[in-house]
Write a protein that binds this ligand. Structure first.
Ligand code: WTA
Length: 654
């Protein structure tokens, strides 16, 4: 959780630029408040009205059936998600660019709505020909190439769930996710490109598939042309299958609650949770929020820089923008490839109008300096967005001034894998912004900062961020573990949705999200669990015990620090330290590589044996307490000193 400087609460809000407000979908705070109040008073009427933006084969009979904590949205309705993202745009926008893809090496591919539709139809037929049926799960482990959204929409078209696993995860992580969802098919590529290097996705997939009996076929996109392993009878080339497939594939109507996808995310325990999203409510939430928050119009060029392996890519590269018929830019690679101005060069060339990125990216751009930016024409930009972690006011202001030239509203959007879509965010033409605050909840979203008994805390005090009423994009359950769904989200504070975030609400009702209160760590916006990293560490032969905490990091928001005790007979060394970092990387994925591993004689524990994480966090941040050893990571730290100090101060019960 970040340090909160109450001083920021006193700063004057920044009004929406006047020129922007004049033409916006929502033009004033008063207009927003009117919508908000209407949605609060008559939620069914409000959401029922919004649902008309979807194309239905059969309209819903009911808006919401709420048997807490289980929701059914738009029961009785029938629709097809891929039809909503593609077919219905063909009449007016067949030749409008849907996807403008750029490879890291500069190669490009543009697909119009008609072309994207044809490719999705073919791929849907491929899936059917391989025996994929509605309700089956298809695992996807791919680089950022057009085949990724095509695969997702192909699944949606035939009513199969996809489970996209981020390409930075390890073979073990991939295998665990395939097993949990009982995926029948894996879609991958021979490799991907990242910073000019090849990410060997097929090799990792092969390692994973050794332990995945549910997988019948692996479909492989040829991206790098590298030599790869091949298992006859299991492995199939994407291009060969696509070539043979018919592009005639009428969209089948499915129930509103047809499962759309599973996306695994980290929680408090070592086991990732499969967040389940379904069709109509989720799609509506994505479509409606994209339109409102980015003030989306027909001629916009929209670019979200997230990886589709995370929820931001699902909701705000694929489903939200395509349901709106938007033209989207999709970029394969890294922001500093070949140079640190790649993003600005892309914005200039594609004339991007809406740019949605992360706080970590903004802080990195800031550190790289304005020289990379000033040689580019960014005048096409209208709206700037950020997501994934709290953005500090200094980075916010830099984004506003240096990228937006003081004329583009910033939308700091708060949401989670579980919420499906954005929940708290300014509306760019309506909400005055306060740098560092995600501002106000969207109409229809009832967010409150409360104490553990569920009572609202007064302005300026820290509490837990909760959502009080069901919303269309909400997760329906944890796949295969409904008890955990109820326990983790709906029992901590009875009757309301517990987000896991700490927040403050100021006198104007603005929400300031401070960060997680559980053991979730956000490194560069990527969500990791300290327990998962601890289990990875103790699976190494040298390690007896491990405790993992976050320390603040100027660019990435948080960094991972591990405290480790070794088995007897093993001595700390630089080599062991690197070996442990590599081991975590190999077990979970490169994104989980610790920034620091520190060896200790024993971990400080409470009388009841709980590790004193708060003390470790302090220690991690300071790099050593007076009297304890400093940042030298190759010697043993005697943490018993701290333990004794804490006990003396009565700090030992967290
Ligand atoms: C954090 C990402 C502050 C928060 C879409 C949340 C934020 C977690 C913001 C979910 C924001 C996301 N301001 N914190 N604008 N957006 N978070 O599931 O801690 O990867 O609980 O979803 O990210 O992360 P997830």
């Amino acid at each position: 959780m970040q340090e909160f400087d109450p001083q920021v609460l006193n700063e004057e809000p920044i009004p929406s630029p006047e020129e922007f407000s004049k033409r916006a979908h929502v033009r004033s705070l008063a207009e927003y408040r009117e919508m908000y109040d209407h949605a609060l008073r008559r939620p069914d009427e409000f959401w029922g009205e919004q649902a008309k933006m979807l194309s239905w084969f059969e309209p819903a009979k009911r808006v919401l059936t709420w048997d807490s904590p289980h929701a059914k949205w738009f029961e009785g309705g029938k629709l097809n998600v891929s039809f909503n993202c593609l077919d219905r745009h063909l009449e007016k926008n067949a030749n409008k660019p849907a996807l403008m893809w750029e490879a890291e090496d500069g190669a490009t591919l543009q697909l119009t709505y008609a072309e994207l539709h044809a490719r999705v139809c073919k791929f849907a037929n491929v899936l059917t020909s391989l025996g994929v049926k509605a309700g089956d799960c298809v695992a996807i482990y791919m680089p950022m190439i057009p085949e990724l959204p095509i695969a997702m929409l192909g699944c949606a078209r035939v009513g199969a769930m996809h489970s996209v696993v981020f390409g930075g995860f390890s073979a073990t992580a991939l295998a665990d996710r395939i097993a949990d969802a009982k995926s029948k098919i894996l879609i991958t590529a021979d490799g991907g490109f990242r910073r000019g290097k090849i990410v060997p996705l097929k090799e990792t997939s092969d390692a994973a598939l050794k332990n995945c009996p549910t997988i019948e076929k692996a479909i492989v996109v040829k991206r790098t042309g590298e030599k790869i392993g091949w298992q006859e009878g299991r492995d199939l080339w994407w291009h060969e299958l696509e070539e043979k497939a018919s592009k005639d594939c009428p969209a089948t109507p499915f129930d509103s609650e047809q499962p759309l996808y599973i996306l695994y995310t980290s929680g408090t325990t070592g086991k990732p949770k499969g967040v389940l999203h379904t069709s109509a409510g989720y799609l509506l939430h994505c479509m409606w929020s994209t339109r409102l928050i980015f003030d989306l119009r027909d001629d916009d060029i929209y670019w979200c820089t997230a990886d589709i392996g995370w929820v931001t890519g699902h909701s705000y590269i694929v489903y939200g923008p395509l349901a709106n018929g938007a033209s989207i830019v999709m970029y394969e690679g890294a922001p500093d490839q070949p140079r640190k101005d790649r993003f600005w060069e892309l914005i200039e060339r594609y004339k991007v109008t809406i740019f949605y990125s992360s706080a970590t990216a903004v802080r990195a751009f800031m550190a790289w300096g304005a020289d990379w930016i000033n040689s580019h024409d960014l005048s096409s930009l209208r709206v700037l967005g950020t997501v994934g972690e709290p953005i500090n006011p200094a980075a916010w202001k830099w984004y506003y001034e240096v990228i937006g030239k003081n004329r583009c509203p910033i939308v700091d959007t708060w949401w989670q894998t579980e919420t499906g879509g954005i929940m708290i965010s300014p509306l760019p033409g309506a909400t005055p912004t306060k740098p560092g605050s995600a501002t106000l909840p969207l109409p229809g979203i009832v967010a409150r900062v409360v104490n553990l008994s569920g009572e609202p805390v007064p302005p300026g005090e820290t509490g837990y961020l909760t959502i009080q009423k069901p919303w269309p994009g909400m997760l329906r359950t944890i796949y295969g573990d409904d008890d955990r769904f109820q326990r983790d989200y709906w029992s901590r504070i009875p009757g309301v949705y517990f987000t896991g975030d700490a927040a403050q609400c100021d006198k104007d009702g603005y929400i300031w999200v401070l960060g997680r209160v559980d053991d979730v760590i956000k490194v560069a916006g990527h969500r990791l669990s300290s327990m998962e990293i601890e289990s990875a560490l103790v699976s190494h032969v040298a390690v007896a015990e491990a405790a993992v905490v976050a320390r603040p990091d100027e660019i990435k928001g948080e960094a991972i620090v591990c405290f480790v005790t070794l088995r007897s007979g093993t001595a700390p060394s630089k080599e062991l330290r690197s070996a442990l970092i590599d081991h975590v990387g190999a077990t979970i994925g490169t994104i989980a590589r610790p920034a620091d591993v520190r060896f200790a004689e024993g971990l400080p524990k409470t009388r009841s044996g709980k590790i004193m994480r708060r003390l470790l966090r302090e220690l991690a941040q300071k790099g050593g307490l007076p009297g304890a050893l400093t940042g030298d990571t190759t010697t043993l730290e005697d943490l018993s000193v701290i333990e004794r100090l804490a006990k003396a101060k009565g700090l030992d019960e967290e």
